[in-house]
Ligand binder design. Structure first.
Ligand SMILES: Nc1ncnc2c1ncn2[C@@H]1O[C@H](COP(=O)(O)OP(=O)(O)OP(=O)(O)O)[C@@H](O)[C@H]1O
Ligand SMILES: [Mg+2]
Length: 319
């Protein structure tokens, strides 16, 4: 919606005492400003709404009866520590850049990339990427518990999906559908499987039809099990993988930080090869704990190598 339209809508909803609509439009205004790079103004508007709406009004849509399906997430840990290949990093930059300049694109009839599919093995940064997108666009971060849709609301899934997508329209944010394809592959009776497929298809249709200004991020571990036709519903598909040598080095030195000793990381990289970002991060934390418990101010090279080897051994046993 153009700015002029939003101002008119604000005035109209105020005069009609339609608080909910007022807040919805104000949030859209904040999202537009954030997109144009006016993040301070956007944040100010949101703060204003948050502080006033708690006192004066029924808080806007929020999740309402979607409480158990859509949860508001904090962007959490140190997002600057996300380590990815340069290819993925530039794809993420591109999404953020297009978001901030969506109006410019719209003038030429173009949409910013906003429906993103992330695929790759566990622990390689997919969820973290969604949080980074929220942080960099200054949008609130929501996680949609899609599995609950099937386990709890079988039979009324279409109605719930419609509600979720009206929230996505009314309340601009980054919406993460984590492991969204799990609903298509869960075990159950043939009937259940059929129902789950139906829900997955309905979800994909909703994603395809969505024209909101929210970012929709779907994450999956198993793209191969999905219909290839899925790709065309998304504006971009990002493929995640286990880290290569440069990313392993960056991960380890970020994580060990002041505990990093003055030694070559080559043996560390060799020991970490094949592990996911999450596993390497855990091995680093184990090594730091070890140093702390034995009153050392640096992690020894052989300790971190041993911790990584431990993780790998556990991993190969699990296979
Ligand atoms: N690319 C990365 N850079 C830095 N840390 C990472 C990265 N990937 C994972 N981690 C670490 O591992 C944790 C788990 O990662 P995350 O939840 O993003 O993985 P995921 O790809 O979503 O995995 P899953 O498929 O299991 O949901 C993060 O909180 C972070 O500590
Ligand atoms: Mg995840």
């Amino acid at each position: 919606m153009a700015k002029a339209e939003q101002i008119k809508a604000l005035i109209a909803s105020h005069l009609e005492r339609d608080d909910e609509h007022f807040v919805t439009v104000a949030l859209q205004l904040a999202a537009n400003e954030a997109r144009r790079g006016h993040s301070v103004l956007a944040q100010d508007i949101r703060k204003l709404i948050d502080s006033r709406s708690k006192r004066n009004m029924k808080v806007v849509s929020g999740s309402g009866d979607l409480d158990d399906l859509v949860s508001s997430e904090s962007t959490g840990e140190h997002l600057s520590s996300l380590v990815l290949s340069s290819d993925l990093t530039s794809k993420i930059d591109r999404i953020v850049q297009e978001f901030h300049q969506a109006e410019k694109l719209a003038k030429h009839g173009l949409d910013n990339r906003r429906k993103i599919l992330l695929s790759g093995p566990p622990g390689t940064g997919k969820t973290m990427t969604a949080a980074v997108l929220a942080e960099r666009t200054k949008l609130p971060f929501f996680a949609v518990q899609i599995d609950r849709l099937v386990t709890k609301y079988l039979g009324e899934t279409s109605a719930k999906l419609r509600q979720i997508f009206s929230m996505i329209r009314e309340r601009p944010g980054v919406y993460l559908f984590d492991e969204f394809d799990a609903i298509g592959t869960q075990r159950g009776s043939d009937n259940d499987v059929g129902e789950m497929r139906r829900v997955l298809n309905a979800l994909l249709q909703f994603i395809e039809g969505d024209e909101s200004s929210s970012l929709i991020v779907a994450a999956t571990n198993s793209l191969s099990s999905l219909d290839i036709a899925l790709f065309r519903r998304f504006d971009d598909v990002l493929h995640y993988g286990k880290p290569e040598a440069p990313q392993i080095e960056a991960l380890v030195s970020n994580r060990l930080n002041v505990f990093l000793g003055d030694y070559s990381l080559n043996p560390v990289v060799r020991a970490a090869k094949g592990l996911s970002h999450a596993e390497i991060t855990q091995a680093c934390d184990d090594a730091i704990k070890d140093a702390v418990l034995s009153d050392q101010d640096k992690v020894k090279q052989k300790t971190i190598v041993a911790m990584l080897a431990d993780r790998k051994a556990a991993y190969s046993r699990a296979l």
